[in-house]
Write a protein that binds this ligand. Structure first.
Ligand code: AMP
Length: 280
């Protein structure tokens, strides 16, 4: 695996590959890699000639300084993992290499910035959109891969950032879960035993909403979910929403079920986690 830390070097390498007609797949990450990340890289390897994964903890997208400072860093483990699945290149820039002296870009994020992650993490999607925009400029991918675990992020990239680049396709990859159903996340490394035990109950509660949707009102569902979550030690709910899977506008009971998703954010022993599933 080739490793790059200079933006100019990787841009140059990619331009050469593109001249030869090679298709470039790109998987941006913040490291502390797990099977979820590797699933994205493997899909990219299967669908492109050359796959680049990046590791960069983007300060611009953290609205909480402590979360940024505590974000796990496991580069010595990440590199062999990427090598083991034959990723072609790792791009591991520092802040200066990513942003240079470029001014922050202003994106019109609309409703995506008003609800759920947008509402509870002010400035988060501004930071995400800026860093992904810069990476797309540097890496010039044909296809870029994003996990549906971060569904709102996937929509921001697909509908707002990617259209600024010609012929760039955004691929959403299903959430990878651990053997107990918990969506894999780098933040899971920070869960205590007790917090983990509670967190693994949450996906099952989300799946139960699929069954409850037809027979209960939204208020009843929310009340049941909050009560069930409050019964779990160490858990504190931030939100539960059922929303349209394109606009993220809150669902009406008359909406076509196949267009809806269930979203939650919660704290498990002080660690903030998110999850979402389709309603059908
Ligand atoms: P992160 O390192 O958390 O910024 O994640 C990098 C990419 O991996 C993002 O596109 C995430 O949505 C994706 N990702 C993270 N966790 C999972 C998971 N459990 N399943 C699928 N994709 C994931």
């Amino acid at each position: 695996m080739k490793t790059f830390s200079s933006s100019d070097d990787i841009s140059h390498e990619i331009s050469q590959l593109k001249l030869k007609g090679q298709k470039i797949g790109f998987v941006p990450t913040m490291g502390a890699l797990h099977r979820g990340h590797l699933q994205l890289v493997q899909q990219s390897i299967a669908e492109n000639d050359f796959t680049i994964s990046s590791i960069f903890i983007n300060p611009l997208q953290f609205n909480n300084k402590e979360d940024f400072l505590k974000y796990p860093q496991t580069l010595e483990k990440d590199i062999p993992l990427l090598e083991s699945i034959h990723c072609n290149a790792l791009f591991k820039p520092d802040y200066e290499q990513v942003y240079r002296d470029k001014a922050e870009k202003k994106f019109e994020l609309g409703n995506y910035d008003q609800v759920m992650e947008g509402k509870y993490r002010p400035g988060h999607f501004h930071g995400v959109a800026n860093v992904v925009f810069r990476f797309f400029e540097i890496v010039q991918p044909d296809k870029a891969y994003f996990g549906l675990k971060d569904y709102q992020q996937y929509l921001v990239i697909k509908n707002i950032v990617a259209p600024l680049f010609k012929n760039l396709e955004i691929i959403g990859v299903e959430t990878v879960r651990d053997e107990n159903g918990l969506a894999l996340s780098s933040r899971n490394l920070r869960l205590s035993k007790e917090a983990y035990k509670s967190a693994i109950q949450v996906p099952e509660l989300l799946f139960q909403i699929r069954k409850k949707w037809d027979e209960s009102s939204m208020d009843e569902i929310k009340q049941w979910f909050y009560t069930s979550m409050n019964d779990l030690p160490e858990i504190e709910v931030e939100y539960l929403e059922v929303a349209n899977s394109q606009t993220l506008i809150p669902a009406e009971k008359s909406d076509e079920k196949s267009n809806l998703r269930v979203f939650t954010a919660f704290y498990a022993g002080g660690v903030r986690l998110i999850d979402n599933i389709s309603l059908v």
